[in-house]
Design a protein around this ligand. Structure first.
Ligand code: FAD
Length: 440
């Protein structure tokens, strides 16, 4: 096998194994190095949030790698947001007017296991567990276990937000990457199945308790439990800094999440047992140097409020494969094309993810938001190829994120000219035909 046929990937999280499958399907042989032990053998967590929302972009990439059939049985459709209001009432807000447009809850660990197994089954991928990359330098990979490997061919950094590969690229760039903290953090909690083994909440929804500056969410799991995540400022009046003891935490939940409180497992002790996760956006200008190239969170970690980090990372793999086709195995040209093509899109989803935090934790409970949503849905029904609500473009289409952002701004302006109680369709039609070209 020639050097050109060999590729190395650092990180066997979500992006690494999917990229390995796609490269293997093209005939490349791949060595994949992962710092953790093999989670299919050891009883270890796959890290961070234990379930994720998978939507169109991720599904499209999984289908193009021929792995979606194995993943589909693990999915729980979430057809809309179940908003839990402070007075205890709930308001179900469907994600779309079309019944086939919904997002799916999937276990991070199970997804990771399937991707690794499929990668190995190609016969072209070799996964080396317990290999933590400590340093990358010109063509050489140095691991914490003392191994030094001369990488033949290209090396992909799929080693997540804290990427060591990115550090090497940064050290050779006059515009190193930046990590911008959100100032908010998260804590996972859980709701197990009831005594009869059934879900304690509606399973086909993403539950949200929006409370202005903070929120609780819950996503269903196939064992009929829910994984809940509390997102809250790190400092300030109601924050991770001020909730210090069991009384503080119980009082806080009793005041803001009274209907969720009796459902939470082993509360408030889980609050103290589980780690507090920090949230940040990574902005990297340069994704490649020499034979190294970043992909997934290593290149562009985003905050999780649009449920797009993994979806965008999976879509990266498809975009990269497209660049391989276009640039005919000239790897410097492939890396440049990938960086250039993808960066405006990942910047756009980074921005939309931050904006969506405010939507989820606050706006979904506001009448003005509901009025704007009503107009958007009426326009979507009437002009389905032109006016597509931004959430739908992000979650249920492959329209590039930067184009979604642009169209979203135009649509916001159009909505501001219309009245939800008495929608002026002729005016809407003229504004739409002037400013929004049909999609497809
Ligand atoms: P990672 O999943 O971080 O994988 C990196 C891998 O590299 C890991 O296996 C790690 O062990 C390994 N590694 C790291 N350093 C080294 C090293 N030095 N040497 C060797 N191996 C190394 N996205 C969605 O699409 N939908 C969601 O609903 C969603 N929810 C989220 C909720 C939360 C709370 C968070 C924090 C994120 C969420 N995301 C979601 C984002 C998603 O988790 C990431 O975008 C996705 O995991 C990126 O995959 P990755 O493989 O690039 O990085």
């Amino acid at each position: 096998m020639s050097g050109d046929s060999k590729k190395t990937i650092i990180g066997s999280g979500l992006t690494g194994p999917l990229l390995a499958i796609m490269l293997a399907n093209r005939g490349y042989t791949v060595d994949l190095y992962e710092k953790r032990a093999d989670l299919r053998k050891a009883d270890i967590s796959a890290g961070r949030s234990i379930n994720l929302a998978l939507s169109h972009r991720g599904i499209h990439a999984l289908k193009s790698a021929n792995v979606f059939n194995e993943i589909e049985p693990l999915l729980i459709p979430m057809k809309g947001r179940m908003v839990h209001l402070p007075d205890g009432n709930t308001d179900f807000q469907p994600y779309s007017i079309n019944s086939h447009e919904y997002i799916n809850s999937v276990s991070r660990g199970e997804l990771n296991k399937i991707l690794m197994t499929v990668a190995e089954k190609t016969g072209n991928v070799n996964i080396h567990f317990k290999h933590t990359l400590s340093k990358a330098e010109s063509g050489v990979l140095v691991f914490e276990n003392g191994k030094r490997i001369e990488a033949e061919g290209e090396v992909f950094g799929a080693d997540g937000a804290g990427s060591v590969v990115r550090q090497y690229i940064d050290s050779n760039s006059d515009k190193p990457s930046k990590s911008e903290p959100l100032g908010h953090a998260y804590k996972e909690l859980s709701i197990s199945a009831d005594a009869a083994g059934e879900f304690k909440l509606e399973p086909n929804a993403l539950h949200i308790w929006p409370r202005g500056q903070f929120m609780l969410i819950a996503l269903p799991n196939t064992d009929k439990s829910f994984t809940c995540t509390l997102f809250m400022p790190i400092e300030g009046e109601n924050s991770f800094t001020t909730l210090v003891n069991a009384d503080d935490v119980s009082c806080f939940f009793n005041e803001y999440f009274a209907d969720a409180l009796p459902l939470l497992d082993d509360f408030p002790w889980t609050y103290f047992d589980n780690p507090t996760g920090k949230l940040a956006t990574i902005y990297a200008e340069r994704w490649h140097y020499e034979n190294f190239c970043l992909i997934g969170d290593a290149a562009h970690a985003v905050v999780p409020f649009f449920g797009q980090g993994m979806n965008a990372s999976f879509e990266d793999c498809e975009v990269l494969l497209g660049c391989i086709d276009e640039c005919n195995r000239n790897w410097q040209a492939i890396f440049s094309a990938f960086n250039e093509k993808r960066k405006p899109d990942t910047d756009a989803i980074a921005k939309m993810a931050i904006e969506n935090y405010i939507e989820m934790r606050d706006l979904v409970a506001q009448p003005e938001y509901l009025a704007r949503k009503k107009i958007a849905n009426q326009l979507y029904r009437k002009f389905p190829n032109q006016f597509i609500p931004r959430y739908n473009m992000v979650s249920f289409s492959s329209i590039p994120y930067a184009e979604v952002y642009r169209r979203g701004m135009v649509q916001k302006e159009i909505i501001s000219n219309l009245n939800s109680e008495n929608l002026d369709f002729p005016l809407a039609e003229s504004l739409i035909s002037e400013q929004l070209e049909p999609v497809n």
